[in-house]
Design a protein around this ligand. Structure first.
Ligand SMILES: C[S@@+](CC[C@H](N)C(=O)[O-])C[C@H]1O[C@@H](n2cnc3c(N)ncnc32)[C@H](O)[C@@H]1O
Length: 245
């Protein structure tokens, strides 16, 4: 997994497990624990069935990536160990979920869960979510979640943060009016950064202005590994929700 808060995302190694170095080339090349034989098997056998192929033209609607009965599609960027994504997929069986995660151990972990729980409404993209955002058709996502993204605390690395004007524009294209971008982080500076980027877009409204408490997880929120670690270490997360206007 990526480095701990404070030094997460601030190393210069080309294989440090974080976004900027990941762009374009990373899956399977990132350092991590050695996969167990069954996990390696799932990467070879199950992942190809669930993988979103962005080298093919995107379907008109992303529901086409799923079996019949899927009514809308949501995206989780950087799902890590998959705790939140698995819980959401189980809770909303008529919603399709696309999970993006370049980290091979995260991918192996979620494949194990998908197999064990026989989950049919998750598709996976083992690469940079920005590429998937560029590929997906307009207004194709009901919601986009970015939970505890790599914070890139050093000023000279801010350009590597996932939230940028370009990704805000991409999300604006993909969310229909009423769609939501949800962001969780225990890093105050990244929360402020995200608020500043979203609030200067005329296409998003921050729901705190509509009486949604940003200091509390939303109902039925499933804590992730990084969220639990932040809590243990006494850092409180912000839960920011932005509605596409
Ligand atoms: C700090 S971890 C948080 C993981 C998980 N969301 C959690 O809360 O435990 C950030 C995750 O985002 C992934 N990530 C970083 N850049 C990404 C990108 N451009 N596209 C998709 N995932 C990315 C990393 O591999 C890492 O697993």
């Amino acid at each position: 997994m990526t480095p701990a808060p404070g030094d997460r995302g601030d190393r210069d190694s080309p294989d440090d497990g974080t976004m900027a170095h990941a762009r374009g080339s990373f899956f399977g090349r990132r350092k991590g624990h050695k996969l167990r034989p069954h996990q390696a098997d799932l990467i070879d056998t199950l992942l190809p069935h669930l993988a979103v192929d962005i080298s093919a033209p995107a379907p008109e609607a992303l529901t086409a990536l799923f079996d019949d009965g899927i009514e809308n599609v949501r995206l989780e960027i950087g799902f890590g160990g998959g705790e939140h994504l698995i819980a959401e997929a189980l809770a909303f069986p008529t919603t399709g979920f696309i999970g993006c995660e370049p980290y091979v151990n995260g991918m192996a972990k979620i494949l194990t869960q998908i197999e064990a729980l026989n989950i049919g409404n998750i598709r996976l993209f083992a690469g940079d979510a920005a590429e998937l955002l560029a590929w997906a058709p307009p207004r194709s996502l009901a919601r986009i979640d970015l939970i505890h993204p790599d914070p890139w605390p050093k000023r000279r690395h801010w350009k590597r943060r996932f939230v940028q004007d370009a990704t805000v524009t991409a999300m604006m294209r993909l969310l229909p009016p009423g769609g939501e971008f949800r962001f969780v982080s225990d890093i105050d500076d990244y929360c402020a950064w995200t608020l500043a980027h979203l609030m200067r877009s005329p296409d998003f409204a921050w729901l705190a202005e509509r009486a949604i408490d940003w200091q509390q997880p939303w109902p039925n929120y499933t804590m992730t590994r990084y969220g639990a670690k932040a809590e243990r270490e006494g850092r409180k997360a912000a839960y920011l929700r932005f509605r596409r206007l």
